[in-house]
Design a binder for this molecule. Sequence first.
Ligand SMILES: CC(C)(COP(=O)(O)OP(=O)(O)OC[C@H]1O[C@@H](n2cnc3c(N)ncnc32)[C@H](O)[C@@H]1OP(=O)(O)O)[C@@H](O)C(=O)NCCC(=O)NCCS
Length: 178
Amino acid sequence: MITTRELKRAELNDIWTIDRSEVIEASFVMENGALVLKPEHIDVPGWSPAMVKATTPAFETGYDGGDWFCGLFDTDQLIGIAVLGNQLFGDNSDFLQLKFLHVGSRHRGQGLGKQLFDAAATEARKRGAGRLYISATPTENTVKFYLGLGCRVLIEPDPALFEEEPEDIHLDYEIGTR
Ligand SMILES: CC(C)(COP(=O)(O)OP(=O)(O)OC[C@H]1O[C@@H](n2cnc3c(N)ncnc32)[C@H](O)[C@@H]1OP(=O)(O)O)[C@@H](O)C(=O)NCCC(=O)NCCS
């Protein structure tokens, strides 16, 4: 049975047990304010040790600061995760960032990513946000997933988040539009 619940701090390391493998055949780039799809073959095996090393402390700091970690479980096994930030930002202080979203390889395409996304949007609204900010991996599947949920490309991304991930596609989701 598939369920969702908040992760405990001691479970943060379990995030690395989610099978992130994916074969990517194309990615988007922004050209003159428009999305352009470019062929690009990337075989993503699993989490790299460098990613685990860099991101685990960031998860812990975020958790302690109030980030929301929503785990998706198949019985007792963690198979997906959404992480929502805790600081409102933007000109109208109405953005919260969807910092991380993953569904394990075997469980994709079954509506579970959408379920996690909607849970994050609901939590964001409870926290006073009107919009989600997503700095999305530019791969075809990821961007099409977000666009399909009603996210829109931000022509003027947040400067600090853009500097962190200039190759990402920066998206805006107005909560409650679906
Ligand atoms: C992106 C990701 C979270 C999507 O999760 P998922 O469980 O596979 O997606 P869902 O099954 O919930 O799909 C939800 C909707 O998006 C659509 N969608 C998903 N992938 C799509 C694609 N490649 N093209 C078009 N639509 C797509 C689905 O058709 C579905 O629409 P529907 O409700 O009208 O049927 C998942 O594939 C993943 O973890 N990928 C690797 C990690 C990643 O890229 N994370 C995001 C980092 S920013």
